[in-house]
Design a protein around this ligand. Structure first.
Ligand SMILES: NC(=O)c1ccc[n+]([C@@H]2O[C@H](COP(=O)([O-])OP(=O)(O)OC[C@H]3O[C@@H](n4cnc5c(N)ncnc54)[C@H](OP(=O)(O)O)[C@@H]3O)[C@@H](O)[C@H]2O)c1
Length: 220
């Protein structure tokens, strides 16, 4: 299908930036709306960059009238400083985006969640992602795709010690993540972005959950 429109949130992040490249390059999309809080420094005739206050997304209600929505928002507890702020960024903003997009007639919603997302988990991060998924599943779209990647690999400007250490283990001892541990294999942000892009070109009705192994297969 030619001439679709897309909206992306989180385009300055690891997965979001890779995804933005796909959306701008591929012919399926004639317009890509990027909701950002700081400029992308990109010049592309397809790109409609909108600097927004994520606490007041409804002020840009009309921008949500697109075909496909890609949500790659998220933060770390180190950056957010409190669980409340992290919840706002990881749950409240994506849910607000999904509600506005659904009300404006968007058909597909693609969300980056995380491996081990579980609303009943005693672990804050897993519970937060599980609650996010629960909320997103209730918002009507023709198609909702939820991606649950393992540890993300890729070039980050910021230093994340835990992620770097884990990534080094994945890279140096890949044999550890064969067999039953395969599902914990780290995954490139670009692979997640590619899988999200490809899923959006399918016409799968209802809700589809993509575990990390499947993301690897589709996007790799
Ligand atoms: N890191 C991992 O290993 C891992 C594993 C599994 C799942 N995930 C999940 O995957 C998703 C994408 O991860 P990622 O590593 O690509 O994320 P990232 O690089 O940290 O990027 C996060 C995006 O969210 C935006 N954002 C953060 N705080 C914001 C705020 N207060 N208001 C508006 N936008 C805000 C950032 O914008 P700015 O550039 O303006 O800050 C950026 O575009 C996240 O939900 C993450 O939880 C991560």
């Amino acid at each position: 299908m030619a001439g679709k429109t897309a909206l992306i949130a989180g385009a300055t992040g690891l997965v979001g930036n890779e995804l933005l490249q796909f959306l701008l390059k591929e012919k399926e999309y004639e317009k890509v709306v990027a909701l950002v809080r700081r400029p992308l420094a990109k010049n592309n005739p397809k790109l409609d960059e909108i600097i927004v206050d994520f606490d007041k997304l409804e002020d840009n209600r009309e921008s949500f009238a697109v075909d496909d929505v890609f949500c790659c928002l998220g933060t770390t507890i180190k950056k957010a400083k409190t669980k409340e702020v992290m919840w706002k960024i990881d749950v409240d903003y994506p849910v607000a985006i999904a509600k506005l997009a659904s009300s404006q007639g968007a058909k597909k919603f693609m969300l980056v969640s995380s491996m081990n997302a579980d609303p009943n988990s005693p672990i804050f991060y897993s519970k937060m992602k599980g609650k996010l998924e629960e909320a997103i599943k209730k918002i009507p779209f023709e198609s909702t795709s939820i991606f649950r990647p393992s540890l993300l690999l890729g070039n980050r400007q910021e230093f994340r010690l835990g992620e770097r250490a884990a990534a080094a283990i994945f890279k140096k001892m890949p044999f550890l993540f064969a067999g039953p541990l395969k599902k914990y294999r780290a995954i490139e942000g670009k692979t997640v972005a590619s899988a999200m892009y490809k899923a959006a070109q399918e016409n799968k009705p209802g809700i589809t959950i993509y575990p990390s192994e499947q993301i690897q297969k589709i996007g790799g």
